[in-house]
Design a protein around this ligand. Structure first.
Ligand code: G16
Length: 550
């Protein structure tokens, strides 16, 4: 019976001691906090990823070092399961336990408990692939991670500096290589080639696409889009902005998808760059979120968020399924969260089944798997479309009976290649949006007018302990702290068309407050008043209470 190499683990673990004053938690998107505190976590994740691979008989596991939309000083790490999906939920607890063992001895004890309780055969091989975004703290965190791989003895492939969705793609491509389910070449070039080829086919014969401006959030998306452009040829002119990878503090600072969604305005750095009517879009720090927008002729900003992307894409796919003659066998459905704009939910629910789940791609992805074609997007611009294996097989062998059916079928098959089905991917989503717009001959204006957003506001409240806040009913109701939900409902009733939800963030030490009302000023007021309730509830110091919380 093989066993752990205790001496090696001990020696390496001593180099990566756990800080005594921090409790770590594997949350919505893995571990995420100040980069300077994560050394021990990365080492331990290295071992955990190795064990996960052994448990799955040597399948390649992914590890991504990123803190996505968070500020530059934060960093994080998440584990990717063999099909490119998020780590199985039951292992999130194991990750939290291992990360909090106070010293080497107890860490080894925790490893042994995990091995026994999950019945891991240590003689199995283990394989991992890993990458990081452009955060400066990523360099040393990667070497801590590599020490973890060494300690468990796994074969590790370094995918370098790349986007989160590319790492997810690589995991699936490696694990399906040479099988009937092959997902594509297992290289970054293979990813660009796959997307580029599918895009070219989908826009062939369509009118010329006008230049699209891309705000790269001063992150890794700048590198990825530049490479992708080589594979797109002259099919779509892309203008890259916010590409300063070496300016300290620039990452996600007053730019990027999260800035656009929360501020509901154009990043100041794009002010003189985006022409009236031109489409622009913002990526986040690891290029898994996408927000679109345009300025109308009066210079007014119009945001086209994840909800608008879902509406555009889902309607297009429904039309293609219908035109291909498959509408009786292929069912399209949408998954959203409670934070989706109420008008988008109404628009979608009038046309196809819509399910609401808690925030976090893992929840949306799993719910979307229940449809033949599942479209999922969070309002923050994180999402994708997944085609069930059965649907993909059906598309491959279906015999259309008219040329129109054949054309629609061809488009659907090309979409399965264009879309990164493993996880939300800003690059793939951007190309998908452009394909739909090209097919519908829409500008941003027509897209925007699919439905009119209900005025809304997203606010964050800094609290001492976000774990005090717990929700139910897909985050629509607070169950803790007791009594707060009733107070929120009391307030909401006073606003026409009022809706407001509160939930703890899964990635930052804050509580998020969302509010909607029929008038913008009322939505703002409701959001700030609910934020005020939250602030007071957690014993906030009144003197420090942000003045906008009324
Ligand atoms: C991560 C998840 C997203 C989720 C977001 C929520 O995004 O992958 O599915 O929407 O966290 O963050 P919060 O709970 O702080 O609002 P990302 O892009 O930060 O990896």
């Amino acid at each position: 019976m093989a066993s752990l190499h205790i001496d090696v683990i001990k020696a390496l673990s001593e180099i990566h001691p756990k800080p005594s004053d921090i409790t770590f938690q594997y949350g919505t998107a893995g571990f995420r906090t100040l980069g300077s505190t994560l050394d021990s976590v990365l080492f331990r994740v290295g071992l955990l990823a190795g064990l996960r691979s052994k448990k799955l008989d040597g399948k390649t596991i992914g590890v991504m070092v990123t803190a996505s939309h968070n500020p530059e000083q934060d960093n994080g790490v998440k584990i990717v399961d063999p099909r490119g999906e998020m780590l199985e939920a039951s292992w999130e607890g194991h990750a939290t336990t291992l990360s909090n063992a106070p010293n080497t001895e107890q860490f080894i004890e925790a490893l042994n408990t995990l091995i026994q309780s999950t019945k891991i055969d240590l003689s199995r091989p283990c394989n991992v692939v890993y990458a990081r975004d452009t955060r400066p703290s990523g360099i040393s965190l990667i070497s801590a991670l590599e020490d973890g791989f060494k300690a468990i003895g796994c074969s590790a492939r370094n995918a370098g500096v790349t986007t989160t969705p590319i790492l997810h793609y690589l995991v699936r491509a490696i694990n399906t290589k040479g099988t009937p389910e092959s997902y594509g070449e297992d290289s970054e070039d293979g990813y660009y080639r796959k997307l580029g080829l599918a895009f070219k086919k989908l826009v062939s014969g369509r009118p010329i696409i006008q230049p699209v401006l891309i705000d790269c959030a001063n992150g890794v998306g700048a590198l990825a889009v530049a490479k992708l452009m080589e594979y797109l040829g002259d099919t779509i002119p892309l203008v890259l902005e916010n590409i300063s990878l070496s300016t300290p503090g620039a990452l996600n600072n007053a730019c990027g998808a999260d800035y656009v969604k929360t501020m509901q305005k154009l990043p100041p750095s794009l002010m003189d760059h985006l022409q009236f009517g031109q489409r622009g879009c913002s990526l986040d720090g690891d290029a898994d979120r996408l927000m679109y927008y345009y300025l109308d002729e009066r210079g007014q900003f119009h945001m086209l968020d994840g909800d608008k992307i879902a509406a555009l894409v889902a309607s297009f796919i429904v039309e293609l399924v219908k035109s291909s003659g498959l509408e009786n066998e292929v069912k399209v459905g949408v998954v959203q969260t409670a934070y989706a704009n109420g008008a988008s939910t109404k628009y979608l629910a009038d046309r196809l089944p819509v399910k609401c789940v808690p925030t976090g791609v893992k929840h949306l992805h799993h719910a979307a798997e229940h449809y033949d074609i599942g479209v999922y997007f969070e309002a923050n611009g994180h999402g994708t479309v997944i085609f069930s294996p059965h649907t993909q097989a059906r598309l491959a062998q279906y015999q259309p009976s008219t040329p129109a059916q054949s054309t629609a079928l061809g488009h659907l098959i090309n979409l399965t290649q264009l879309i990164n089905q493993t996880v939300g991917d800003a690059l793939s989503d951007m190309l998908l949006v452009e394909v739909v717009l090209a097919h519908k001959s829409y500008t941003g204006v027509e897209w925007d007018s699919l439905y009119v957003d209900l005025p809304n506001r997203l606010v964050k409240v800094v609290v001492g302990d976000r774990n005090v806040f717990r929700t139910e009913n897909a985050e629509r109701r607070l169950v803790s702290p007791p009594g707060l939900q009733q107070k929120i409902e009391g307030l909401v009733q006073r606003y026409e068309g009022g809706r407001s939800f509160v939930r703890p963030s899964g990635t930052e030490d804050v509580v998020r407050v969302y509010a909607e009302a029929v008038v913008k000023s009322q939505a703002d007021e409701l959001a700030f008043r609910v934020a005020g309730l939250v602030y007071d509830e957690v014993g906030g110091d009144l003197a420090k209470r942000p003045k906008e919380f009324l």
